[in-house]
Design a protein around this ligand. Structure first.
Ligand code: GDP
Ligand code: GDP
Length: 436
């Protein structure tokens, strides 16, 4: 389970600075979701070997309008979505009325929260913290976000409260089941597609688990294969079709992606690819999951526009060119059955066992065809390769000066491995180790 940490506090206490500090190494994922979340900002962070989501709430303005109205909007929602809240204050300004009002408000919510006294660089930490004891918050950290000081140990302690492993029920109950997440922006047709995928003739749905998880996990079998569909749209939770459609939640979506073997990313043919699609796609790639792209509502596209749209999508999706693109109509069921072929292929590729022999042979032939460059008058030597993990396949290559392998050569190796091993539908990761 991916823990979610929200940053709240008055403007200028350093929330964005901390957010950037935490998500810096992965800023490809830092996403604004305009229209969905106003200016809440989500990022994925990786620290102390743990991955988590950070939400920057942008800022709750001064006390002049009354605390409820400040909290009412996006900050409140961020707090609701979060597992833990970091309540930030400014060491240099000391405690003020707005902080006290915020603290009171947070206390009413049943959430784990911590007081973070920021900007302790160049001042006496003990003295700075002492001013804030009055808030009566037991868990208190002094940090300097802009210097990164105290940040790691704080995150380590905050995350200690959350289990590191995926919740065991799913993995233990359905071993060997292919976990498929259906994700996408609101209204692209996820619910319709989920119903179609489950409603196919060959599908036997085992159960509709009443679950407290934020997505629904539905076990079923199709032909000989077991699947667990991770339904972010919450179709099966609704008792009847009239019930309100689930609210789109980015956190829920990110968790579903992380939990899946293969992600079906649904897009709307009428709207083309919008930023939110690209952010979700970025997350799929970063998470290393198998990927199938479903361009939905194809029924509404005029035949003479179809080639143009296909070309345009292909062009914009080049960085995920390992994924199959399907043009479907969830509404009419057209093309939906074909999705399974790609899902199965992506799963097979993502979880394939790769032998040291095979990987080394491919490496040798790739190097023979096209040697790595010289660095400081010495040629980079790549000696052997072995598998380092699955979903995504990780290939570890040993040699000399491997730190100097240029990105272009890394991409070349990736391409060769993908081709030789038929790793279709999954990203491939390559890591280098130096023997020197
Ligand atoms: P936000 O409005 O809460 O998101 O605050 P920002 O992250 O934009 O920071 C407000 C100001 O405080 C900026 O000028 C930052 O450079 C500064 N700042 C943030 N963290 C630190 C820190 O640890 N030490 C110092 N001295 N300044 C900081
Ligand atoms: P979700 O928010 O992603 O779960 O989207 P829904 O499944 O609720 O679909 C949103 C709207 O798009 C509904 O009005 C659906 O009837 C419609 N829709 C879904 N799939 C298709 C499709 O393949 N073709 C057309 N024309 N409309 C569709």
């Amino acid at each position: 389970m991916l823990p979610v940490i929200a940053l709240v506090g008055r403007p200028n206490v350093g929330k964005s600075t901390l957010f950037n500090q935490l998500t810096r190494s992965r800023d490809a994922l830092v996403a604004d979701y305009p229209g969905l979340t106003r200016d809440r900002k989500y990022g994925e962070a990786n620290l102390e070997g743990r991955t988590f989501v950070v939400i920057d709430t942008g800022g709750i303005s001064g006390e002049e309008e009354g605390i409820d109205s400040h909290m009412a909007g996006q900050s409140l929602q961020a707090i609701e979505e979060a597992d833990a809240v970091l309540f930030m204050v400014d060491a240099r300004e000391g405690l003020n009325a707005a902080d006290e009002a915020l603290a009171a408000h947070l206390r009413q919510r049943n959430k784990q929260f911590h007081l973070v006294v920021n900007k302790i660089d160049g001042i006496d930490e003990t003295l700075a913290l002492s001013d804030f004891y009055r808030l009566g918050i037991d868990s208190m950290f002094g940090i300097a976000a802009s210097h990164g000081r105290g940040v790691r140990s704080m995150i380590g302690q905050v995350l200690a409260a959350f289990p590191d492993e995926p919740e065991p029920d799913l993995l233990e109950e359905q071993p060997g089941s292919i976990r498929v997440a259906v994700v996408g922006r609101p209204n692209v047709g996820k619910s319709t597609l989920v119903n179609r995928l489950l409603g196919e003739e060959r599908v036997v749905v085992y159960d509709q688990p009443g679950t407290t998880r934020d997505s629904i996990y539905i076990n079923y079998c199709r032909g000989e294969k077991d699947y667990t569909l991770i339904d972010t749209a919450g179709v099966r939770r609704r008792k009847n079709v009239r019930e309100v459609v689930e609210k789109f939640s980015i956190v829920k979506t990110l968790r579903a992606i992380d939990d899946a073997h293969v992600v079906v990313l649904v897009m709307d043919a009428h709207e083309g690819i919008v930023d939110q699609d690209l952010h979700l796609l970025g997350h799929c790639i970063e998470a290393g999951r198998g990927l199938v792209l479903a361009v939905n509502k194809w029924d509404g596209i005029e035949p003479e526009q179809r080639d143009w749209i296909r070309n345009e999508l292909g062009r914009r999706l080049v960085f995920a060119d390992y994924a199959d693109i399907h043009y479907i109509s969830a509404l009419h069921g057209t093309g939906v059955g074909h999705l399974y072929k790609s899902i199965d292929a992506a799963y097979r590729a993502a979880t394939r066992k790769l032998s040291t022999n095979q990987l080394t042979r491919i490496l040798e032939s790739a190097v023979a065809d096209h040697a790595p460059p010289m660095v400081n008058g010495r040629r980079i030597k790549l000696r052997y390769a072995h598998a380092g993990g699955q979903n995504p396949p990780l290939i570890i290559i040993h040699g000399n000066q491997t730190g100097k392998v240029p990105p272009s050569y890394q991409r070349y190796l990736e391409k060769i491995y993908r081709r030789e091993l038929e790793l279709h539908g999954t990203p491939v990761r390559i890591e280098f180790r130096t023997a020197e």
